[in-house]
Design a protein around this ligand. Structure first.
Ligand code: ZN
Length: 128
């Protein structure tokens, strides 16, 4: 595929995605420790037709988790798939004993948060 073909494919995908309710669908749910989660299709899933289907789950207090389904592509996916992948996300209590905020479970998906909530993670990084 040369550059022109690639750009045309990219533009076609962008146009298709804009008209697709799937690319803009947002699914929300409550989780343990008062967490509020919202999930959307990650842009890479509809910008690159060969990419696996992927959602980005955002926690209201901060923090994101990527969930992929390697057996699925955007063109075959539905809003129900967003909900299905969101249901795989496990929320635990931040692993620091004094902190009772929600955190994404490190046992579930690849993450560099190691069971810390977003606030404790940022503090550990020394950013604040
Ligand atoms: Zn914490």
């Amino acid at each position: 595929m040369d550059k022109e073909e690639y750009l045309q494919t990219y533009k076609d995908c962008l146009r298709d995605a804009e008209s697709s309710a799937l690319s803009s669908a947002v699914i929300t749910r409550s989780a343990p420790y008062s967490a509020q989660l919202s999930a959307q299709v990650s842009p890479c899933a509809w910008l690159d037709v060969s990419a696996p289907f992927q959602i980005t789950v955002t926690m209201a207090d901060g923090g994101k988790q990527i969930v992929q389904d390697r057996s699925l592509h955007f063109s075959q996916a539905s809003v129900a798939d967003i909900a299905r992948l969101l249901d795989q996300v496990v929320v635990t209590e931040c692993r620091l004993g004094f902190c009772h905020r929600p955190a994404f479970s490190p046992a579930q998906f690849l993450t560099n948060r190691e069971g810390l909530c977003e606030k404790c993670y940022i503090v550990r990084l020394g950013i604040v």
